[in-house]
Design a protein around this ligand. Structure first.
Ligand code: SF4
Length: 391
């Protein structure tokens, strides 16, 4: 099967971490002795998946902690990716970096290999927050990592922050944001702390050792964050993502080109354990087991664990849910052409109370959620789907 016309993205999952953070449910292991055989298997999988064809304009090395990789391993992954897949010259190549695992020489090396974008998992510039989250770095290490990245010459840096920690107040969040903004990052991702099942943090919650911040206080922090960053020149272009605008420049805001593919159903291929791939209407993914992954590839087999084919109804529901996560929202005309549904009529009939409550806006062409509306995106999606009667 070939990838369709659109330019696809390649996601590479590096399944290693120094230690597991308390809140994290991404797949990774801490046995770094498996790095070499993993790289070997990963290259095999890239060769297998290269048969899907297509052309690519984004490459994203995520995880896990890609910055744990030895330079020689990273270089061979990059080389294989660029050989196996047809990448455009004008591409975005991102690596996720954990502050505790980068050095200036690593950063210089990333630039040499063609990586032009860093996504640094800061989470907070406050030591007590980092300790609570079980991160392996300190505030000082976080500051040094961003500083070194700028010194090395990275002109496209994204910082990840977590908000909504127990007891967090606006003042604490503002201090973190000001620290982040002192580097003028091109991109910020701000995620609300979630208590994912089976994580140590969720166990702590169940035993009463942690009390999650009340929902209305999390909402207050979120609205504050969004307003604050907009005032500082950042475009709130997706529920959790902000892109820096360069005033007076013709450069569009610095959005993540790769992540936008996830929100608009553009094809992407994932390699590595637990990685997902999507070629409309098919989604398929690898299992969350590094040893089984390596074993399958050593035998020349596919590491794919499962797949699903989206029905037209599922595709519609996903398009609605994903579109409402973005600043652009959903174009009525596009939606009608794609699904044969007159969304405008449904919205005009069903969504007036939400409009009056300042949660949602629409004109003759588009429907989009406001900052307040982003907080209830799932509920709005469900309400519209109920009204369409397609579930
Ligand atoms: S470093 Fe990232 S991927 Fe690894 S455990 Fe922590 S949050 Fe999860």
């Amino acid at each position: 099967m070939a990838i369709l016309e659109e330019r696809a993205g390649l996601y590479v999952h590096i399944p290693f971490c120094l230690k597991k953070c308390r809140y994290c449910d991404f797949y990774s292991v801490t046995d770094l002795s498996l790095e070499k055989p993993f790289v070997h298997a990963l290259k095999q999988e890239m060769r297998q998946k290269s048969r899907l064809g297509g052309s690519f304009d984004t490459l994203y090395l995520g995880g896990g902690t890609p910055s744990i990789l030895q330079d020689a391993h990273l270089a061979s992954i990059m080389e294989e990716a660029l050989t196996c897949f047809d990448f455009e010259k004008n591409r975005e190549v991102t690596i996720e970096v954990n502050p505790g695992t980068v050095t200036r020489s690593k950063l210089d090396f990333y630039l040499q290999t063609g990586i032009d974008r860093l996504n640094i998992g800061i989470q907070s510039f406050t030591d007590s927050n980092l300790a609570f989250l079980g991160r392996s770095h300190t505030a000082l290490t976080a500051l040094m990592a961003v500083n070194q990245a700028r010194e090395a010459g990275f002109a496209n840096i994204g910082l990840d922050l977590i908000i909504g920690l127990p007891g967090q107040e606006r003042t604490g969040l503002q201090a973190d944001l000001e620290c982040a903004l002192s580097f003028q990052p091109e991109h910020l991702s701000c995620y609300m702390l979630s208590y994912e099942p089976r994580t140590p943090l969720d166990q702590m919650r169940k035993r009463g050792r942690v009390t999650p911040l009340e929902e209305d206080r999390v909402s207050d922090l979120y609205e504050f964050l969004s307003g604050f960053l907009e005032e500082q020149g950042y475009e709130h272009y997706e529920i959790s993502n902000f892109a820096r605008r360069d005033p007076g420049s013709s450069h569009p805001p610095h959005r993540s080109r790769h992540n936008q593919k996830y929100w608009n159903h553009t094809p992407y291929i994932g390699v590595g354990p637990a990685a997902h791939s999507f070629i409309l209407p098919r989604r398929f993914w690898n299992g969350k087991n590094l040893r089984a992954y390596m074993e399958a590839l050593t035998k020349g087999l596919s590491p794919m664990a499962e797949e699903e084919i989206l029905s037209p109804q599922q595709e519609l529901m996903e398009a609605l849910a994903l579109g409402l996560r973005t600043q652009e929202g959903i174009g009525f005309d596009d939606f009608r052409k794609r699904f044969g549904v007159h969304l405008q009529q449904i919205v005009e009939k069903e969504a007036l109370p939400l409009k009056e409550a300042g949660r949602l806006s629409f004109d003759g062409e588009h429907l989009w959620l406001t900052r307040k509306g982003f907080l209830i995106a799932d509920a709005v999606t469900l309400r519209l789907i109920d009204a369409m009667d397609v579930a």
